[in-house]
Design a protein around this ligand. Structure first.
Ligand SMILES: Cc1cc2nc3c(=O)[nH]c(=O)nc-3n(C[C@H](O)[C@H](O)[C@H](O)COP(=O)(O)O)c2cc1C
Length: 350
């Protein structure tokens, strides 16, 4: 029997599957369902100090799409369609109230060898630091600090930090205030160099980085001839897995094998989780697959990952970074003229 255990800084997780923040994790019952399904960590729905971000949740919208861009029903059954367009907001609860509830749930999770993390989406830095302190005072053991939501250009109540200097500034300030709680920093993928953002977060004291946040997209609706869900939107789904794996591997190469990276964006089952581990993640955050496929996805993901590990006779920790560490250069590849099998026949007739 192989071991699923993994390590994020000083925290040992019983397995690498983390329920990522989303609408399904804004109630105690949703969080308990994710814990019962086996998640090692559940990231509670994010908060911040702004009333506008809360209102934005009521203005949120969601579409699952197939590979012809047809809207698919939301069935709470896996597998979920490959593409998702959405616009979200933050939890509609008062900060103090939510922090207290998360602290209680985290204490409960500790009895199951699991964690419930608080999550803060950056708007104003001073106000965010106050909320960080509240999580720490309440005894919440992990704070996820999301400084890379997709919506920074669309809504002024959240930020998308794209420069390493800004990442360093905001993470250092939060680290000074939150010195006893594990600090995980969630980064945008909307950057030409995500690894540099990770390096800045690490130097500023983050215990781990979570990567990569979803990009923005806009999909015209052929019927209405307007943008689907009326706005630009976060664009996610399984298609994004290789992009996340690319930045995990690049970041591992830049920062070395010992700094904990947490993968997010595109993992939908146990084999995808294995792919993210191979790319360099120590743990994998899953949102869309659970939100649209139901909490059972967490249990099924763990079972499938365990079967894969049993087949390979490897512990989860032994997967981390194996593919990242064997990425070769283009120049090293054999010159076997493969292009001839990848052009239409007419190209080769003349
Ligand atoms: C509807 C929805 C709501 C989300 N809400 C939050 C949130 O409150 N805080 C946060 O940090 N990330 C949030 N996310 C991002 C997810 O936690 C996750 O990082 C992202 O969707 C990529 O992973 P996935 O492919 O497993 O969905 C949300 C994502 C979706 C689809």
């Amino acid at each position: 029997m192989t071991s699923l255990a993994t390590q994020i800084g000083t925290l040992r997780l019983k397995n690498p599957i983390i329920a990522a923040a989303g609408e399904h994790l804004q109630t105690a019952s949703g969080i308990r369902a994710a814990l019962a399904a086996g998640a090692a960590v559940v990231i509670a729905k994010s908060t911040n100090e702004t009333a506008a971000a809360r209102l934005q949740l009521e203005q949120a919208e969601y579409r699952l799409l197939d590979d012809n861009w047809n809207v698919q029903p939301w069935t709470f059954r896996a597998p979920v369609p490959p593409f998702v367009l959405s616009r979200s907001g933050l939890i509609g609860r008062e900060v103090d109230d939510w922090v207290a509830e998360i602290a209680g749930l985290d204490a409960e999770a500790a009895t199951q060898n699991a964690y419930v993390a608080g999550s803060l989406v950056l708007a104003d830095l001073d106000a965010g630091i106050e909320i960080g302190r509240k999580f720490q005072r309440a005894g919440v053991r992990i704070l996820e600090f999301n400084i890379g939501t997709p919506y920074g250009d669309e809504a002024r109540v959240v930020t998308t930090e794209r420069s390493a200097e800004r990442v360093a500034t905001v993470v250092r300030a939060m680290r000074q205030a939150v010195d006893k709680t594990a600090l995980w920093v969630k980064l945008t993928g909307q950057s030409e160099n995500v690894a540099a953002l990770a390096q800045a977060a690490r130097q500023a004291g983050a215990d781990a980085v979570v990567m990569i946040g979803r990009p923005l997209g806009m999909l015209p609706d052929l019927e209405t001839m307007r943008p689907m869900i009326n706005t630009n939107a976060a664009y996610g789904g399984r298609w994004a897995l290789p992009l996340s794996c690319y930045w995990l591997a690049k970041t591992r190469q830049a920062l070395g094998p010992h700094y904990p990276l947490i993968g997010t964006n595109g993992a939908q089952d146990g084999l995808d989780a294995a792919r993210m581990l191979l790319a360099g993640a120590c743990a994998v955050e899953m949102c869309t697959a659970v939100l649209a496929g139901g909490f059972g996805v967490i249990h099924d993901t763990l079972e499938q990952l365990e079967r894969y590990l049993d087949g390979k006779q490897l512990d989860a920790a032994a997967l981390i970074g194996r593919a990242a560490d064997t990425v070769q250069s283009f120049a090293e590849q054999p010159a076997h003229g493969s292009w001839r099998q990848h052009v239409p026949p007419q190209t080769l007739q003349g």
